[in-house]
Design a protein around this ligand. Structure first.
Ligand code: 5AD
Length: 363
């Protein structure tokens, strides 16, 4: 079998995945880009679905070693939007014709079960939008309550499938010694009937090529509806960004995955091949590495979703999970005005409707 037909066969082995992750030859990589683009076209079509992202709170009880909004970072201003402010952003998503609103926050227990449910109920009652929640590791009971209130989708990246590395960069939640693993929580989220999204960071110190290939296999095993991947971008106020002590054993340069733009495209393309029908965004972290064409190149190499940021600018600057986020300089309306042109310039069209994962049946 030639490489091209192997690549469309949706059965890449771990060794083949590693080989592609290590590939640097632009002519050979062109084969990967084309296979991913063709797979995207055949499986999910030419529509680019738009999800309006609202970062509703940057409070967080966790202290993940890479993340700028970690609890231990005392250098940021914390905010929590109220429901009226959030609803103004939701209305903007409707006005712009987006099919989905994504409510994202740190793991903020100040966002109560009842309050989120009330918000979801109101959005579902007053708008045609799908609602995606991305609020961290919450109790199964809360997740179930929000599903019943009408939430459609849940995003929770597992960040890395390497358990030792995961443990190193995700200290336990305070006062909670027994907690369900993130992977098991994702399975619960699926079981509750959510369209389920996950993903990883690319180029975490200590992440090997084999780890990343295993991540891609896990996307396939979990049969994810949505996959978001992006490069690790060091934040100076975090242990992984300021060279502070951590327990990660450094890998040799040959084993360590780089947190590069090129590596991100490879992972986007391979994600498409392992999960042909998933919704895959071209992420802001990618645009941060290449502001002029990162988003488009992601869309041309497997992605089919964009997540324009609708967070009001006075809050947006404080949702600094990593520095120089591409969207900080963007105005929601200006960005929206250019979007149609940019999408059509690469031969695609703006999606209509909610843009649910193909094949997903709501229970
Ligand atoms: N660089 C890149 N992505 C990051 N995230 C958190 N911190 C960083 C960082 N320093 C990502 C995580 C999280 C998502 C919301 O943002 O993968 O799941």
């Amino acid at each position: 079998m030639n490489i091209q037909s192997r690549l469309t066969a949706d059965n890449l082995s771990r060794d083949e995945i590693v080989t592609w992750l290590r590939e640097e030859n632009p002519t050979k990589l062109e084969v990967l880009w084309q296979a991913a683009d063709e797979c995207r076209r055949q499986s999910v079509g030419d529509e680019v679905h738009l999800r309006g992202l609202v970062e509703i709170s940057n409070h967080c009880i966790r202290s993940c070693a890479y993340c700028g909004i970690r609890f231990d970072n005392k250098n940021i201003t914390r905010y929590r939007m109220n429901n009226d402010e959030i609803f103004d952003c939701v209305k903007q998503a409707v006005e712009f014709g987006y099919g989905t609103v994504v409510l994202q926050a740190g793991e903020d227990l100040g966002l109560s079960k009842e309050n989120i449910a009330a918000l979801v109920t109101r959005i579902k009652k007053e708008t045609p939008l799908a609602v995606t929640l991305s609020l961290g590791e919450r109790d199964v009971e809360e997740l179930s309550y929000w599903k019943k209130a009408g939430a459609d989708r849940y995003l929770l990246r597992f960040e890395t499938s390497n358990e030792a590395l995961y443990k190193n960069i995700h200290p336990q939640r305070p006062n909670k010694t027994e907690s369900i693993s993130r992977i098991d929580l994702l399975k619960e989220i699926k079981r509750l009937g959510y369209e389920t999204g996950s993903g990883v960071l690319i180029g975490i110190p200590g992440q090997s090529y084999d780890d990343l290939a295993r991540d891609l296999e896990l996307f396939r095993e979990l049969d994810l509806d949505m996959i978001g991947v992006g490069p690790f971008i060091p934040h100076p106020d975090t242990p992984l960004g300021n060279g502070a002590e951590n327990n990660i054993v450094p890998l040799s340069p040959e084993s360590q995955v780089p947190n590069s733009e090129l590596m991100t495209y490879k992972v986007v393309a391979l994600s498409r091949l392992v999960c042909p029908r998933a919704n895959i965004p071209s992420t802001t972290a990618l645009a941060t590495l290449n502001l002029s064409e990162g988003r488009e190149l992601g869309l041309l190499r497997g992605a089919n979703v964009l997540m324009p940021n609708l967070t009001p600018s006075q809050y947006r600057v404080h949702y600094e999970i990593y520095p120089d986020k591409a969207c900080i300089r963007e105005d929601a309306r200006e960005y929206h005005d250019r979007l149609k042109f940019r999408i059509e310039a690469i031969g695609r069209k703006i999606g209509t409707g909610q843009g649910s994962a193909i094949g997903f049946s709501h229970k």
